[in-house]
Design a protein around this ligand. Structure first.
Ligand code: XUL
Ligand code: CO
Length: 439
């Protein structure tokens, strides 16, 4: 495949000393890190929407992206885009991709025509997947761009919209299954609200649960065994999004008996919009057994919206991979670059640089995190920090031997409590040392 990125060579691992901008300095897909190769740990994926459909337009100006494969005829354009996408993934050695139904095929004048376009493009994707060995990490339905979704999809007050969204998700699930997708994602694009003056929140949440139960039923019906994922995001496009963060998604799943069927797809920039950091969201998901997959990107601490930048912050990638390692890997999930090159990075080569930067940042993060983990740096400290629960009154609390009355007796008998330092700065210094020194 060498049609649209003719100037770009196959990107290979060349190590830290290389000056070649078209090479990996850290990502060596075959390098063993513990019991898995880098490729197995990281399971990189290209996000079809940003990389192939992004134009660079913003509220102040038109698109800037130079994409030599774009052409006027819609279906022809969809095919050329797809070829460009597979060529790019192939050259970068990216093993997976993710898409929305409307990314790969244009919406038609009717639902039937949209479905027909989607089938045609899914067939073409299958051919290119067979040719390259590239696989589908997840599929999803875009139930937010078309104006019909102005008030939401499953949470729209209009039952006709609920029905249309169901039909769209049904089809997207079928296509995901046909392409061997390992997961299916629900990002609640317009599932939220602007004002309670016109919103029945209780009813909307029930409808969202109804919709997701229907999806679970349909997956069983067609034998789709991929993992269902909800992607939390606190705001944008709606002021209040129902899937605010992992903790609220979990409460929702439990309340509506959906917890056995869904995990979360955590996006770094969504975590920061929710006032958390990336590691917090991953950690919370992991300790609750619902860490499914990752949308790998980063935000900008100066900007309050979803900037979807390529992830290049080694602190973030290290601490994210620390959680992935503690999770035993991502299983069916992967690291999907839900990231777009900046408006001013408009050449096709920038797509290559963006992905190389993201892949190397995560590869580096993986190496550092694995060393931190195997050296037990934080584990040992944390264990010691809670060691008062291993003996005496702490042990009695854990074994249920004592209640308030016994604890009051114990507290009254103590003359002084002594605490130990949390040593945050000391630990941050150790993290710095690992980030800069690990080979
Ligand atoms: C939006 C977002 C989506 C989902 C898939 O912020 O992240 O692209 O990842 O619908
Ligand atoms: Co995302």
């Amino acid at each position: 495949m060498n049609q649209y990125f003719k100037d770009i060579p196959q990107i290979k691992f060349e190590g830290r000393k290389t000056d070649n901008p078209y090479a990996f300095r850290y990502y060596d897909e075959n390098e063993m890190i513990g019991d898995k190769t880098m490729k197995e740990w990281l399971r990189f994926s290209m996000a079809y929407w940003h990389t192939l459909c992004g134009t660079g337009s913003d509220p102040f100006g038109a698109g800037t992206m130079v994409r030599p494969w774009e052409t006027a005829n819609q279906m022809e354009n969809a095919k050329r885009r797809m070829e460009a996408g597979f060529e790019l993934m192939d050259k970068l050695g990216i093993p997976f991709f993710c898409f929305h139904d409307r990314d790969i095929a244009p919406e038609g004048a009717s639902l039937a025509e949209s479905n027909k376009n989607l089938d045609e493009m899914a067939d073409y994707a299958k051919t290119l997947m067979e040719q390259t060995g590239i696989r589908l990490l997840w599929g999803t339905a875009n139930c937010f761009s078309n104006p019909r979704y102005v008030h939401g999809a499953a949470t729209s007050p209009n039952a006709e919209v609920f029905a249309y969204a169901a039909a769209q998700v049904k089809k997207a699930m079928e296509v995901t299954k046909a392409l061997g997708g390992e997961n299916y994602v629900f990002w609640g694009g317009r599932e939220g609200y602007e004002t309670l003056l016109n919103t029945d929140m209780a009813f909307e949440l029930e409808n969202l649960a109804r919709f997701l139960h229907m999806a679970v039923d349909y997956a069983k019906q067609i034998g789709f065994t991929g993992q269902f994922l909800i992607e939390p995001k606190p705001k944008e496009p709606a002021k209040h999004q129902y899937d605010f963060d992992t903790q609220s998604v979990m409460a929702f799943l439990k309340k509506y008996q959906l917890q056995d069927y869904f995990k979360v797809n955590i996006e770094a920039n969504h975590a920061t919009l929710a006032g958390h950091n990336f590691q917090h969201e991953l950690h919370f998901a992991r300790i609750n057994g619902i860490l499914g997959s990752i949308d790998a990107n980063k935000g900008d601490s100066m900007l309050g919206w979803d900037t979807d930048q390529f992830p290049t912050d080694i602190y973030d990638t290290t601490l994210a991979m620390y959680e992935v390692i503690k999770n035993g890997g991502l299983y069916k999930g992967g690291l999907n670059f839900d990231a777009k090159v900046r408006r001013a990075s408009f050449e096709p080569a920038d797509l290559v640089y963006g992905h190389i930067a993201g892949m190397d940042s995560f590869a580096r993060g993986l190496k550092v995190a694995h060393k931190l983990y195997t050296d037990g740096v934080f584990e040992k400290f944390i264990k010691e920090r809670y060691s008062s629960y291993e003996i005496g009154i702490g042990k009695d609390i854990l074994t249920g031997k004592v209640g308030f009355a016994e604890l009051e007796r114990h507290a009254l008998a103590q003359s002084q409590i002594s605490n130990k330092s949390g040593r945050q700065e000391f630990l941050e210094q150790i993290l710095n040392r690992y980030i800069t020194e690990v080979e």
